[in-house]
Design a protein. Structure first.
Length: 277
């Protein structure tokens, strides 16, 4: 019997598998995970996608890890041993990332939201400006492998991993960047440096003109006084791009205290507004 034909089989039940939160309809709560699912389903990769969704909802994915540019997973099928799934080919090179990071840093809102732990709604523009895409533009650009005997690629096991991956992106959007080759720490560190460099470049034009120094012998009487230049210093905090950035970095709160975060966010906004007046 050739591997091109497989009798109908039922996957073995799994205890403690990773189940998709979505029980029916579309998978993905946040815009970026829904976008990922749209991209995956746009690849026109056969009916196995539907079976993969059933596997994802049934908890057949028993392990999933995201390294730089790679996804490694195990999916329990009908055989005793789970199948190994690898999804790669999504990583951008360092030079590519430098271009994307520069594009991100030039948009103050992008940098502010990312530093606050949020995914900007138009983040894809930063990638498109460098002729890249947030997600792989086609299935052919990815390298996918499953240890199952099915010759089709993707098989239902790979498809199941795609759906679980989408929900992982729901929980932490920075996993998208990790899959694309940049860890959260690397991305934020590079953005901070670029923003700091941009600020120094802009601030250098506003430096106070240097004043000629006075010989010490001529200023002994008022050496410890502040002098008239102190009056030229103005301390006024600017408005933050995201007043409640610290709260947002904590992620979604439990439902029972969701209102507390909203109230604290409004309070932060009033405090920042008052401080800048």
């Amino acid at each position: 019997m050739s591997w091109s034909y497989f009798p109908k089989s039922t996957p073995r039940k799994v205890e403690g598998g990773i189940k998709a939160k979505s029980k029916r309809g579309k998978i993905g709560e946040e815009w970026w995970s829904r976008r990922f699912v749209e991209v995956v389903e746009s690849y026109s990769i056969s009916s196995r996608i539907k079976r993969g969704k059933r596997y994802a909802r049934g908890g057949q994915v028993i392990a999933l890890a995201i390294d730089d540019g790679m996804v490694h997973a195990q999916v329990q099928g009908s055989r005793p041993n789970p199948y190994k799934v690898d999804i790669g080919g999504a990583s951008l090179g360092d030079e590519d990332w430098e271009q994307v990071e520069q594009a991100m840093s030039e948009r103050a809102a992008f940098a502010a939201q990312l530093l606050a732990g949020e995914m900007p709604a138009d983040i894809e523009e930063a990638f498109e400006a460098c002729e890249f895409s947030l997600f792989p533009a086609s299935y052919k650009k990815m390298e996918t492998h499953c240890s199952c005997p099915d010759s089709a690629n993707p098989c239902k096991h790979i498809a199941a991993v795609f759906y679980i991956l989408a929900e992982k992106f729901d929980e932490d959007p920075f996993l998208i960047f990790r899959w694309r080759g940049r860890s959260r720490e690397e991305l934020l560190d590079h953005l901070r440096r670029l923003r700091s460099s941009n600020a120094r470049a802009a601030g250098s034009q506003d430096d106070l003109p240097a004043e000629p120094s006075t010989p010490l012998s001529e200023c002994l009487d008022n050496f410890w006084s502040a002098g008239p230049s102190l009056e030229r210093i103005r301390i006024r905090p600017g408005l933050a791009e995201i007043p409640d950035a610290a709260l947002r970095r904590l992620g979604k709160p439990p439902e029972r205290i969701a209102e507390v975060r909203d109230e604290l966010g409004a309070l932060y906004a009033r405090i920042v507004g008052s401080a800048s007046e």
